[in-house]
Design a protein around this ligand. Structure first.
Ligand code: PMP
Length: 361
């Protein structure tokens, strides 16, 4: 099979140009005499690569100069566990707005280290909409407010950020970072696992406002201390060098393609055409998310008859369309439309869906 259109939720499709470049450089990086996999993270070649990746991320997201940028391992989940240790005092309250599976995960990961409170949740409605801002119960003494910008499984995205309270907002942007312009200055911290819009699994980006980084936090090992990591350029220990390298290539590609403004346009077109195809199928396909909360990145949908799911997935694969199986929590299908998924892929998927409906109507 040739390379298919890959709608995987993450690890997700990567730009072919990036894979080809990595392939060409695999045996020897620049004139190092060795692969980038085989050189010291403290050597000049890797340090330059690491700094370039940070500079490109700063340029791509217009990150204010005073914010720190960290590259961590352990995924977004480990960040979720370390947020309270770094940014909350022992026993302090932290508010969580829960709009899907990942918001719940963030809460669970934090709960042993902080008084994690559900400030709002849309679970009662099956996470098919966002929690109304009027109903949020904010704690006056909260260390921070946590929210998930885009819920990868439930396909729910904050299309317009609500008014926040006093506490700094920490947002999980794992599945929507760099998909459109973002006002970083509105946030105390932003984090994102790279394996959706930024590159490979195994490296996570954490962007932090300096006053949060100065917080005392709670007793923790030095390697788990974000202030110490920031001072050490995220290299208190050996970082995931290969992942950092690939992330760097992806960032450069994203900038070369026109950056977040261009991807905002492409992503809006991709999502609009797919939702239109689903909504226009006369109920054959169904997305249950409230229109105002529909994600541009992850589109879950159901076939009118779940008995057809396996056939749909098998025939899609034959048509060169992979990664469509829905998350086990929801079932059905899920289409992930990250930056590296080309518009042709969405057109091919819609054609396939319409053909499938005709032949299995
Ligand atoms: N948050 C969101 C929004 C996610 O989509 C994911 C992973 N799919 C995570 C957190 C967890 O990321 P990781 O597996 O890298 O820890």
């Amino acid at each position: 099979m040739a390379r298919a259109f890959n709608f995987s939720p993450g690890p997700a499709t990567l730009p072919e140009a990036v894979l080809l470049r990595a392939q060409a450089e695999l045996l020897e990086y620049r004139d190092c005499g060795a692969s980038v996999l085989e050189i010291s993270h403290r050597g000049a070649d890797f340090m330059e690569l690491a700094q370039r990746a940070e500079a490109d991320l700063r340029a791509l997201l217009s990150i204010p100069d005073d914010y720190a940028v960290l590259f961590t391992s352990g995924g977004a989940t480990t960040v979720q566990a370390l947020l309270p240790l770094n940014f909350a005092a022992p026993g302090q309250a932290a508010d969580y707005v829960v709009s899907g599976h990942w918001g719940k995960t963030a809460l669970r990961q934090a709960a042993t280290a902080v008084d994690a409170r559900v400030a709002a949740s849309s679970e009662g409605g099956g996470f098919r909409d966002l929690p109304e801002r009027q109903g949020w119960m904010l704690s006056p003494d909260a260390a921070y407010l946590h929210l998930t910008a885009n819920e990868t499984i439930h396909g729910v995205e904050w299309r317009q950020l609500p008014e926040f309270g006093q506490a700094p907002v920490i947002a999980d942007f794992s599945s929507s970072i760099a998909s459109e312009p973002l006002d970083v200055a509105k946030f105390g911290a932003i984090y994102a696992g790279a394996q959706k819009n930024l590159g490979p699994a195994g490296i996570t980006v954490l962007i932090v406002r300096p006053d949060l980084l100065e917080r005392e936090g709670q007793p923790r090992a030095p390697v788990l201390d974000y202030r110490a990591q920031a001072k050490a350029g995220s290299m208190l220990n050996t970082p995931p060098t290969w992942n950092w390298y690939l992330l760097g290539l992806c960032l450069r590609w994203t900038l070369d393609q026109g950056g977040v403004d261009e991807f905002a346009r492409r992503n809006a077109r991709k999502a609009a055409s797919l939702y239109a195809a689903i909504d226009g199928s006369g109920g054959y396909y169904r997305n249950e998310v409230a229109p105002r909360a529909r994600s541009r990145m992850n589109v879950p949908f159901f076939l009118h008859d779940p008995a057809l799911d396996a056939t749909f997935i098998a025939q899609a694969r034959e048509a060169g369309l992979i990664g469509l199986k829905g998350h086990r929590v929801l079932g059905g299908m899920r289409v992930s439309l990250y930056n590296a998924l080309p518009e042709d892929g969405v057109r091919a998927l819609i054609d396939f869906m319409q053909e499938f409906q005709k032949s299995h109507g």
